[in-house]
Design a protein around this ligand. Structure first.
Ligand code: CA
Length: 363
């Protein structure tokens, strides 16, 4: 893998990611600088996955390099030490010091964590960063994970995803009825209410299931990852936008005891590396998606299409229902949602007169 230059300009900005983890005061000075730490980082990503897995690897490399090897982080792909969906438990127990994955994988364990990745019709990548770093989101995230002895950090974002690959046209809400689609989480529940059948499949089975007609559609990430996955060979219609995941944040989690054992300078290096990979991954996705979409536009077997307005409107209505039920069932979700929803309402006004207006005006 290509080493990227260290994004030093982010160092100053990273200071605002004030950490919930409290130092125990035992070793916070340069006097502890001789002490070495060997950490393992387990991830939810298959080996060599572009974007997500590459981001986790760069994160570990940056910590190791910036610390001169005093904090040496070794990365493990999903299944090497623990399975993809057991990262949270392994770091919480202290089996390993660190993990990289996505907070919405902890649905069922910590339902409210879904707000810290993405929810249907929620915040986009820019807004997630604004909310997390400056709008109180990160404090709420740290409070939610504290009982699990975890300190979370935003550590990557895919940007807005695509709606997915479909083997049938979606011309009206009627076309969602009976649609078998791989779409996890809250988005899947929204599809169910619209008459579809959400299916959960591991990444390894998506291509064959779509190609053989076991499913009619799938969402995955965006052109960059979807082309690498071969999905244009399995379906014709590529719909946008990705209403189900408008700007998912990836997470790094550190075991609280491991965090508290670090001297302040190594804590700063972890914070700065996390913030650098948070912005760097988004840059990689913008670039990778731009390049891959051009390739798809030239592919005679692929049609890139917008979902009809009445379909999007219907899905948004069901999304409000699904989120209202989550909030009603879980006080932690209610507290986080109050902050998230207020931020989204305010951000909408700014986006209308800035990004939305600007992109609409550009030829
Ligand atoms: Ca997705």
């Amino acid at each position: 893998m290509k080493r990227r230059h260290f994004v030093g300009g982010l160092a100053a900005a990273a200071g605002i990611a004030a950490c919930g983890g409290q130092s125990d005061g035992s070793d916070t000075s340069a006097a502890g600088s001789a002490q070495r730490f060997d950490w393992s980082m387990v991830t939810s990503w298959p080996p060599g996955l572009p974007g997500l897995g590459a981001g986790a690897t760069r994160f570990a490399e940056r910590i190791t390099r910036a610390s001169g090897g005093r904090l040496n982080v070794r990365v493990y792909a999903a299944g090497e030490l623990v399975p993809a969906f057991e990262v949270f438990d392994a770091v919480s127990r202290g089996t390993v010091e660190m993990g990289h994955g996505a907070a919405y994988y902890h649905k069922g364990k910590v339902d409210a964590a879904q707000f810290f990745t993405s929810i249907p019709f929620g915040l986009n990548a820019q807004e997630m960063n604004g909310w997390l770093y400056y709008g109180g989101g990160l404090e709420l995230w740290r409070e939610l994970y504290d009982p699990f002895s975890l300190v979370p950090f935003p550590a990557g974002n895919t940007g807005v995803q695509m709606g997915g690959w479909f083997n049938r046209e979606i011309n009206s809400p009627e076309d969602l009825k009976g649609l078998k689609m791989r779409i996890p989480g809250l988005g899947g529940e929204v599809l169910r209410r619209a008459g579809g059948t959400p299916v959960t499949l591991p990444g390894s089975e998506i291509f064959t299931s779509l190609q053989t007609g076991v499913i009619d559609a799938t969402e995955w990430v965006g052109p960059y990852n979807d082309v690498a996955f071969g999905l244009p060979k399995a379906a014709r219609y590529y719909y946008y936008p990705g209403w189900q995941e408008p700007g998912p944040t990836l997470e790094a989690i550190v075991n609280k005891d491991a965090w508290n054992a670090l001297p302040d300078d190594l804590k700063a290096i972890v914070e700065i590396a996390a913030q650098s990979v948070n912005s760097d991954m988004l840059a990689e996705f913008v670039h990778g998606n731009t390049t891959a979409l051009m390739q798809l536009k030239d592919d005679p077997n692929v049609e890139v299409r917008a979902f009809p307005a009445d379909v999007v409107e219907l899905l948004e209505g069901y999304a409000e229902e699904v989120i209202a039920e989550l909030v009603a069932a879980d006080p932690a979700a209610a507290k986080i949602h109050a902050s998230y929803a207020a931020y989204r309402d305010a951000a909408r006004e700014w986006q209308r007169v800035s990004e939305e207006a600007y992109l609409g005006s550009r030829g």
